[in-house]
Design a protein around this ligand. Structure first.
Ligand code: HEM
Length: 191
């Protein structure tokens, strides 16, 4: 399998795509559950795990964007109307913006709340992005919370479009984001 993105997405883009998707969903579940946990030392590791995995997503998305700039993207599947291509580009741009905004707003909230600095996976102390500031903490918290629901809405739209292409149009849109042979696209012209 090619590493670069040619007719299909290459192995690096595919791996980063599914890893970031899985981590974002995991972080969402952990983020929502941890708010319900009593704020006692016994559960602090859950916060540290959430923050550490969130910073990992930030790093992975930066790598992913860099790799996409270097390796390019496959052309649209033949026959895709222009409006669908423009909607897809807009959705992808917004998805990138939100997966960057989520960890950054979480980190900013953590910083502005005046909490003790957290250690990435318990190892390296992370710098603060701001001095303690109640208004900034409220703002970044709102962004972190509402940004997540907006992200989920876009993910549903994005996944729905991929399934529509696969099941209804029967083209290679979804198959080419998976290792070769995992999913066949019945319409051979659109492979
Ligand atoms: C893609 C990355 C991330 C996702 C998807 C995510 C998702 C979430 C979600 C859904 C919540 C619950 C929001 C609420 O209902 O209040 C939450 C809470 C939280 N997140 Fe994240 N998060 C991410 C990264 C981070 C990072 C990098 C940090 C800090 C460095 C962080 C710090 C926090 C904190 C402190 C809370 C608890 C807020 C509270 O006290 O109510 N998050 N996160």
């Amino acid at each position: 399998m090619s590493l670069k993105n040619r007719e299909r997405w290459g192995a690096i883009s595919q791996g980063l795509h599914w890893l970031v998707a899985a981590l974002v969903l995991l972080l969402g579940v952990v983020g929502l559950v941890m708010g319900e946990l009593p704020r006692v030392p016994k559960y602090f590791w859950v916060y540290t795990a959430h923050k550490s995995l969130g910073i990992t997503v930030l790093a992975l998305v930066v790598v992913r964007l860099g790799w996409r700039l270097y390796a390019g993207a496959p052309p649209a599947v033949p026959g895709t109307p222009g409006w669908q291509q423009r909607t897809a580009s807009l959705t992808h741009g917004l998805l990138y913006a939100l997966v960057l905004a989520m960890p950054l707003s979480g980190w900013l909230y953590d910083s502005a709340s005046g909490l003790r600095p957290f250690r990435l996976f318990g190892l390296v102390e992370m710098p603060k992005l701001s001095a303690p500031d109640e208004r900034l903490a409220d703002l970044s918290h709102a962004l972190h919370e509402w940004g997540f629901w907006l992200l989920i809405a876009l993910v549903l739209l994005h996944a729905g479009a991929a399934l529509y292409h696969h099941l209804h149009l029967r083209d290679a849109t979804l198959a080419r984001m998976l290792p070769h042979g995992w999913l066949s696209s019945p319409n051979k012209d659109l492979r």
